[in-house]
Design a protein around this ligand. Structure first.
Ligand code: ATP
Ligand code: MG
Length: 387
């Protein structure tokens, strides 16, 4: 039997740990939910670490729940039946929604202390009535197939449900500043972007591409990744930088061993300028210590040295590739990320990149370049797209 749920119960995540500024986080969460559900009609109200969505067209309930699964700041979601608190009604409803076969337990939460039973007494009473109506069922408090939860609130209403669907956790996007993620088409950087979204950060993305060395399909992949990140980040702006001229200049004028380091320094310079122009407060990358030649402490030091005012966040710095892949699958970016299109970094990859670049040598290697004008040219030709 298909149960007709008339309410969606949302439990807040980490927000409940917040002190004085908790209101702000709750307001942000509410706004984000409204943004996600802008195509639906419904009512929403909040009460003590929870939000309730009601008065929606019941056939949309699963679509609404799917939208909520990508809203950070939510601990869990339950589809429930909301009824006025009345014991007779609760008894008969519980018996009627129970599957006819299987093991179950009943759990009662009783915030409304005017009810004459204790939670345990009531659970036993309801369990007994269910068994009378559904003799094919049996109670098993430990290894149950169904847990029927009866949540009797102080507001005169009771919420009855079977499931707690995990939400995204974390903090609502928009509650922790803004960042610019360096987005390649690889596995790591989309995961880094969504991890920062989970900590409440609003992100924009910057992608460097080297047409004609990297093609339209590589760019399409980045756009498609942005569409996924956008679900978690409630929209995302993508800055596309033409990087070919810079790469060719580096290739012509610098020692091959430093190509990657110098290239990455240009990415950082451009990223910092774009961040400052767009009021973004940090730069995010998908780097992980020791994963490739440029991701050593010396490599990181020599890229970060070009920055004058912004920090670089590397949420994956201590992650193994396998841990990142678990997240890429969870966030649904993995299948796109593994499509085999060249990235600008791989096009000009030297045979022997310097693994421990010395900052003085790197600076010397850059002497033949007109850094300012290369950066300026690249910034002037940036194209912006919104997803
Ligand atoms: P990813 O899986 O994110 O591509 P990676 O392990 O392949 O990472 P690198 O290619 O060395 O490592 O890149 C390190 C980081 O630099 C990436 O995580 C990303 O943040 C950034 N990056 C690399 N290539 C680009 C690009 N073409 N455009 C924007 N950012 C890039
Ligand atoms: Mg890469």
């Amino acid at each position: 039997m298909e149960i007709e749920y008339n309410c969606i119960l949302i439990r807040e995540g980490e927000i409940f740990l917040k002190g004085k500024n908790r209101n702000q986080f709750e307001k942000q969460l509410l706004n984000n939910i409204k943004f996600k559900l802008k195509n639906y009609e419904y009512l929403i109200n909040t009460s003590r670490n929870r939000l309730y969505i009601e008065s929606f067209k019941t056939s949309y309930i699963n679509d609404i729940v799917d939208e909520l699964k990508t809203v950070f700041g939510i601990h869990s979601i339950s589809r429930c039946i909301k009824i006025k608190t009345d014991l007779e009604n609760i008894f008969s409803l519980c018996s009627s929604i129970m599957p006819t076969k299987g093991t179950f337990r009943v759990s009662v939460k009783r915030a409304d202390k005017s009810i004459k039973y204790t939670s345990i007494e009531l659970a036993k009473e309801i369990g007994g009535k269910i068994l009378l109506q559904n003799p094919g069922n049996s109670v098993d408090l430990e290894n149950f197939e169904y847990e029927l939860i009866i949540d009797i609130r102080e507001n005169g209403y009771t919420y009855i449900y079977f499931e707690k669907i995990p939400g995204g956790g974390g903090l609502p996007v928009g509650s922790s500043n803004k960042g610019l993620v360096l987005l390649s088409g690889g596995i790591d950087s989309p995961v880094a972007a969504i991890m920062m979204s989970k900590r409440g950060m609003k992100v924009e993305a910057i992608h460097f591409h080297s047409y004609p060395f990297t093609g339209e399909l590589a760019l399409k992949k980045v756009r498609d990744l942005c569409k996924i990140i956008s679900k978690y980040n409630l929209g995302i702006k993508l800055h596309i930088v033409k990087f070919t001229e810079i790469q060719q200049e580096i290739y012509k004028r610098c020692p091959k061993e430093f190509l990657i380091t110098i290239m990455r320094r240009f990415m950082m310079r451009i990223a910092e300028k774009i961040s400052l122009l767009n009021n973004l407060n940090c730069i995010i990358t998908g780097e992980s210590l020791g994963q490739v030649a440029s991701q050593t402490i010396e490599g990181i030091t020599s890229t970060d040295m070009v920055l004058s005012s912004l920090p670089v966040l590397r949420p994956l710095i201590a992650y193994d590739k396998t841990d990142t892949i678990v997240l890429a699958n969870k966030f649904n970016t993995f299948n796109l990320s593994i499509l085999p299109y060249e990235d600008c970094c791989t096009v000009f990859l030297p045979d022997n990149p310097s693994i421990h670049p010395n900052i003085f040598e790197v600076e010397k290697a850059e002497i033949g370049l007109c850094i300012e004008s290369l950066v300026q040219n690249a910034i002037e030709t940036i194209e912006i797209e919104k997803y």
